[in-house]
Design a protein around this ligand. Structure first.
Ligand code: PMP
Length: 381
């Protein structure tokens, strides 16, 4: 019998069977009524999930593709961009902007800190920027930033506000229009419960009106927007992935976004309480904001990388490693998308077992009980 595998990483995430089945349907041609109906419905559903009246543009790419598209469409050579960075994905913004020839002004925090809207307001007061680039859920640390506050500071400072919502969209509240967020980028493989390969971006009128002159072709927003207006993709779309996303969005919207947000808060609580009950220390914040991914410090004397290998090889459980300076020191449990409390229990039980095998001094037999108790507590989102 093949070993059963468990995927508990913060992306890619497990995909519901209905979605997988849709991606296995026979290929259809993208220029014709067969695909058009799926395309139109998926684009409409995306607007609901993004909570926007703006167009959501759909590309065949990973999330980084639409991150790059944001800079390529908004900026001109040499433009100053302010990058709010507190982890690996803030650093990615800075790297893309530098690669495309922008002047990068970093508002940098220690990994694990939460960016402050006041700091952004003062920075923009000192040095103007054309665009502000931020990360909603910093997947490398588990911190979920105050996008509403950051958006208000960017607005006050006269900058176009861009947020990377790759790991947050569909997991925690993001009110694109109500919070006046100009550009939201995301990907298919996290809370949208789909396979990797689709990148999304919503663009406000203000952002359209202030586009820059950096070179772009495949990721030119205008080209894709025009094509989407008539539901006739600019380039061959990833038809199977779009079919899957269509079904996944239907599931998410049927469940209701508010219910999904509440479930993620409860999953975060369950994970944290279980981890603490074992005697381990959290790296991510110990509060309800950390609803996407829980980052945990490896116990003294245990390499997080060795723990992950043992979990994978002996128990079939995949968790995520620490990134950058956290490599070896931290491991991460994702609880995004198609995920329930039994997944948390499995992840906790596996960590408990593997750490015991590695000789760590941890409290056994309590984590899952605490996790189930925490999951039952009422939540207001
Ligand atoms: N931003 C965040 C917050 C992410 O979590 C990720 C993926 N882990 C990315 C950007 C990059 O997305 P992709 O790997 O799909 O390019």
């Amino acid at each position: 019998m093949t070993e059963k595998r468990y995927l508990f990483t913060p992306g890619p995430t497990p995909v519901p069977p209905e979605v997988l089945a849709a991606t296995a349907e026979p290929i259809i041609h993208h220029r014709g009524p067969d695909f058009r109906v799926v395309y139109e419905r998926t684009l409409a559903r995306l607007k609901e999930v993004f909570r926007t009246e703006n167009e959501v543009l759909l590309f065949a790419a990973s999330g980084t593709g639409t991150m790059e598209s944001a800079i390529a469409n908004l900026c001109s050579p040499g433009d100053r961009v302010c990058v709010v960075t507190a982890g690996a994905f803030g650093e990615r913004w800075a790297a893309i902007a530098a690669a495309l020839g922008c002047e990068v002004d970093r508002l940098a925090y220690e990994w694990g800190e939460s960016p402050s809207a006041d700091d952004l307001a003062s920075r923009l007061g000192e040095r103007e920027a054309r665009v502000v680039l931020t990360t909603h859920s910093e997947t490398s640390t588990g911190v979920v930033a105050d996008v509403r506050g950051l958006a208000a500071s960017a607005r006050e400072g006269g900058a176009v506000f861009v947020v990377d919502a790759v790991s947050s969209l569909g997991a925690v509240p993001l009110e694109t229009d109500e919070w006046d967020v100009d550009v939201v980028v995301s990907g298919s493989q996290k809370a949208l419960m789909s396979p990797p390969g689709l990148a999304l971006v919503s663009v406000s009128q203000r952002a359209w009106d202030t586009r820059g002159t950096l070179p772009r072709f495949y990721f030119d927003w205008e080209q894709t927007r025009r094509a989407q207006e008539i539901f006739d993709a600019a380039f061959t779309p990833a038809v199977s992935l779009v079919r899957g996303l269509d079904v996944a969005l239907e599931l998410l919207l049927e469940q209701g976004l508010e219910n999904a947000f509440e479930r993620h808060v409860r999953l975060g609580r369950a994970c944290r309480e279980g981890i603490k009950a074992m005697g381990l220390e959290l790296f991510s914040p110990d509060d309800d904001s950390a609803a996407v991914v829980t980052a945990i410090r490896a116990p003294e004397g245990i390499d997080a990388g060795a723990l992950l290998l043992l979990l994978r090889d002996r128990h079939g459980v995949t968790l995520a490693p620490g990134q950058g300076p956290l490599k070896g020191k931290v491991f991460r449990i994702g609880h995004i998308g198609y995920f329930d409390v039994f997944d948390i229990a499995t992840a906790l039980a596996a960590v408990e077992l593997a750490l015991t095998e590695l000789g760590a001094d941890i409290e056994r037999g309590v984590a899952t009980t605490r996790a189930f108790e925490a999951y039952e507590q009422p939540v207001t989102v």
